[in-house]
Design a protein around this ligand. Sequence first.
Ligand SMILES: *Cc1c(COP(=O)(O)O)cnc(C)c1O
Length: 352
Amino acid sequence: MGVGVLKKYGEFLPLTEDTPIFSLGEGDTPLVKSNRLGKELGCKELYFKLEGCNPTGSFKDRGMVVAIAKAVEEGAVGIMCASTGNTSASAAAYSAYLDLQAFVLIPKGEVALGKLAQAMAYGARIIMVDGNFDAALTLVREFTRNHPITLVNSVNPHRIEGQKTAAFEVADVLGDAPDYLFIPVGNAGNITAYWKGFVEYHQLERTRTLPRMMGFQAAGAAPIVHGHPIANPQTIASAIRIGNPASWQQALKARDDSGGTIDKVSDDEILEAYRLLASREGLFGEPASAASVAGLIKQVRQGLNLSDQRVVCIITGSGLKDPDLAVSSVTAQTIEVEPTMEAVEAAALATA
Ligand SMILES: *Cc1c(COP(=O)(O)O)cnc(C)c1O
């Protein structure tokens, strides 16, 4: 049983004796060894970090528990975020637990159904903005400057602090940092947080090495790759549909200091990885999560040799978040039959 991020990694977090300590069970997520894809891609070792196993189904809970604990410590009565879905689900859950008012601004029509359902169930006040994520975040920044409400997007440094605990977990389980870390990049808070975590552990000599940080944006939402903001970012991977990342500079620093890369993957590549992850490994991540695996496949196809390397892919959120896409994009066969043994046998044993 996990004790939660605040208790387990408190010594690395900006806590004081006035910070409330609580948990919805975030952190301590599985690092699963690949059984098939790693071999096919020629990796010495490949692991998937299953961040969909967090209480609201994404890594956002790690940073949210810290951001909300600090907000309570500072006397906030409410919190606000802009969200492509997972931040709002997480903010709403922790707010419900602590009896805070949660305000979430979401881009109208762009949030996956499961995520919207969560924010509704947890009782957030949901404000649909007729604009994209970047517009919503601009509004949240201004609103929280003028009202006693705490901003809990990843521009809140406590979010990054909490999220860095995922890097600690990877290192604790492997006994060292991996050689390569593949991760999707949207607002770029998570790549920033992992790098911060690995650097801190390295400075404390808990690890001998540092990983190369391999970040992947969706091709239609790849401002960092192109070197300029994207006014109308487009991709099926809604969690990384972001045109002007808040942690842009920190992501470049993570890339450059680690000797890694930030590259883009097309929606077709994301969907291919999304299907392979489920059908070859039994792991169902949301489309944005599959960008890390798509990036790994792309790099190997371009000649990256991993035969001597230990590789980790971050699976940032659960595939159940976006059931519409799952059903529309996977060409699984379903067969309807009469409720008789003859019909079931015929269907089960028919050669495909
Ligand atoms: C938020 C999110 C991302 C992107 O993380 P950033 O910190 O914005 O770069 C990727 N995948 C999922 C599932 C997310 O919820």
